[in-house]
Design a protein around this ligand. Structure first.
Ligand code: ZN
Length: 167
């Protein structure tokens, strides 16, 4: 935190509703849902414009990413205990002898091991950072923090500093 500035956004529209279950060897939650709330904090240097960055871009990109998870079942594609198989237009997810078969369009396969708020926060951090880098929107940003809450009052936070980005 070189300059001490940070900006936060926890907007009503950075919410998504999704179904999931936590699974690891020997344990599986029943399928259930949450109304997730995402928050973003960026740390950085003040640009000549008087801003750390154009926050409109961050809000737009974050909303697009969050919308892709909305009203989906979140499945961790890198799970160490789920067998995931495409069957035509469906996805079959097997845990031990239990099997879910869902339409592919209802499922969001994510590159995570568990669909915990911690891993969702880290996934969203990477997606957001990648897309903002593609848009060259991170000049002056030194760190990004993404929080994900499954409900009011308890959030997992993933924070990482941004390496120097060639612009
Ligand atoms: Zn849950």
């Amino acid at each position: 935190m070189s300059s001490g500035f940070s900006i936060h956004v926890t907007k009503e529209n950075l919410k998504f509703s999704a179904a999931h279950f936590i699974a690891y060897p020997g344990f599986r939650e029943p399928l259930h849902g949450h109304n997730y709330q995402v928050g973003i904090r960026l740390e950085g240097d003040l640009a000549a414009t008087g801003y750390v960055l154009d926050f409109g871009i961050v809000k737009r990109v974050a909303k697009e990413i969050v919308n892709r998870l909305d009203e989906r079942t979140l499945i961790p594609a890198d799970s160490d205990c789920l067998k995931i198989e495409q069957r035509g237009d469906s996805v079959a997810i097997r845990y031990d002898r239990d099997e879910f078969v869902l339409p592919s369009s209802d499922v969001c396969l994510l590159p995570i091991v568990h669909s915990s708020t911690e891993e969702l926060a880290r996934f969203l951090w990477h997606r957001l950072t990648e897309e903002l880098q593609t848009l060259s929107a991170l000049a002056g940003v030194t760190a990004i923090e993404v929080s994900v809450a499954e409900g009011p009052g308890q959030a997992a936070i993933y924070r990482q500093e941004i390496c120097a980005i060639a612009t």
